[in-house]
Design a protein around this ligand. Structure first.
Ligand SMILES: Cc1ncc(C[n+]2csc(CCOP(=O)(O)OP(=O)(O)O)c2C)c(N)n1
Ligand code: SF4
Length: 341
């Protein structure tokens, strides 16, 4: 007779470590940590099968605060460490926590290759448009003209947009949320976890010490309805306090239009997160405040084979055809040279 075994019900506390959280009081990182702890128990993956990998930065202290496995790795290299881990242990749930500096400055190259490979990992980029840990230098997402300690006369390098970069790298899941919109943030984290393939999530995160208010337009109660548009699959892009404005395509370009006066919802752009072609998601990732409302939600969610499956299939095939092999034999196989003094 089969015995029924009831699985333990996990709570956010099961994922919380005993470490004192060392972020500045009021930092947006707290909210992301809280939502992560709420979402993880709903995924059915126990702490001992969950791993957080981070690079360097304030955001990268995240693994200390989780009662899971964790690697506080090397600056910019979290995607590379996560790639090795997921390829060799596909059974683990692997999360990468990174900042805009960590992911897009020193780690830009590693990020790009992790995304294009499409391992089943989740990359959460805390975008505060500044280097927080090193006390306020500009980052690749700081806007033009931004005055910081390292740009005393204003930034002159063009910023890059994390989601546009991810889409350009063929990401299969791309989303954006904000640290203050906790319901939305937990929905996005859950969707990212459920996606099979690399999920790339940008979270607008307030660094109240070195870049306070950078995202007020998208997070403050009275401003966000006017300056963000929430993406919903199959629905038209509508925004504004009175829900009377929308985004329409004019040729290849988006434009803001007012509803009424001959323009109806049917004329608007309808969101489709499952389009195989990433152009629409890219176009949405280019909509920037103040010219446009910025899109919040899931931009893209498509299926493509995962690197770890392809890799492990290849290894199994090779084993079947050639046997287990021996590393020492492999080292001395093929052309070898003896270097003489
Ligand atoms: C090899 C190396 N180069 C530079 C640094 C200095 N450094 C530490 S964190 C950081 C940037 C962190 O910025 P970000 O990723 O935006 O994270 P935040 O602190 O804002 O969360 C830099 C440049 C370092 N620790 N190691
Ligand atoms: S410096 Fe900024 S990002 Fe770092 S903990 Fe403080 S508020 Fe947060």
């Amino acid at each position: 007779m089969a015995t029924e075994i009831s699985l333990p019900v996990l709570s956010p506390n099961d994922f919380a470590s005993d470490q004192e959280v060392r972020w500045c009081p009021g930092c947006g990182d707290y909210s992301i940590l809280a939502q992560m702890k709420k979402v993880l128990p709903t995924l059915g993956v126990p702490p001992e099968r969950t791993v957080f990998v981070s690079g360097i930065g304030c955001s990268s202290r995240f693994p200390y605060y989780m009662n899971t496995y964790g690697i506080h790795s090397i600056h910019g290299r979290a995607p590379a460490v996560a790639t090795g881990l997921k390829a060799s242990r596909p059974d683990l749930s692997v999360w990468v926590i990174t900042g805009d500096g960590d992911a897009l400055s020193i780690g830009g190259n590693h990020l790009m290759h992790a995304i294009r490979r499409n391992l089943d990992i989740n990359i959460i980029l805390f975008n505060n448009q500044i280097y927080g840990l090193t006390k306020g230098q500009y980052s690749p997402t700081s806007p033009l003209g931004k005055v910081t300690k390292s740009t005393p006369l204003g930034a002159i390098d063009n910023p890059i947009y994390p989601l546009s970069v991810a889409i350009g790298c063929e990401a299969t899941f791309v989303a954006r949320s904000t640290d203050t919109n906790i319901k939305h943030l937990s929905m996005v984290l859950k969707r990212a976890a459920e996606h099979r393939g690399t999920s790339f999530v940008e979270v607008y995160q307030n660094c109240l010490v070195f870049n306070d208010g950078a995202f007020d337009y998208a997070t403050e109660r009275d401003q966000k309805v006017e300056h963000t548009v929430e993406l919903e699959h199959g629905k038209p892009l509508i925004f504004g306090k009175n829900r009377d404005r929308g985004i329409r395509l004019n040729g290849m370009n988006p434009e803001v239009v007012e509803l009424g006066r001959g323009i109806s919802e049917d004329d608007l752009l309808f969101h489709d997160e499952r389009l195989p072609e990433p152009s629409l998601a890219y176009l949405l990732s280019r909509m920037r405040y103040p010219e446009f409302p910025e899109a919040i939600g899931v931009f893209r969610d498509v299926d493509r084979p995962r690197y770890e499956e392809l890799l492990n299939d290849q290894i199994a095939e090779a084993r079947k055809a050639k046997g287990d092999g021996e590393l020492a034999k492999l080292f001395s196989a093929g052309e070898t040279w003896t270097v003489e003094a």
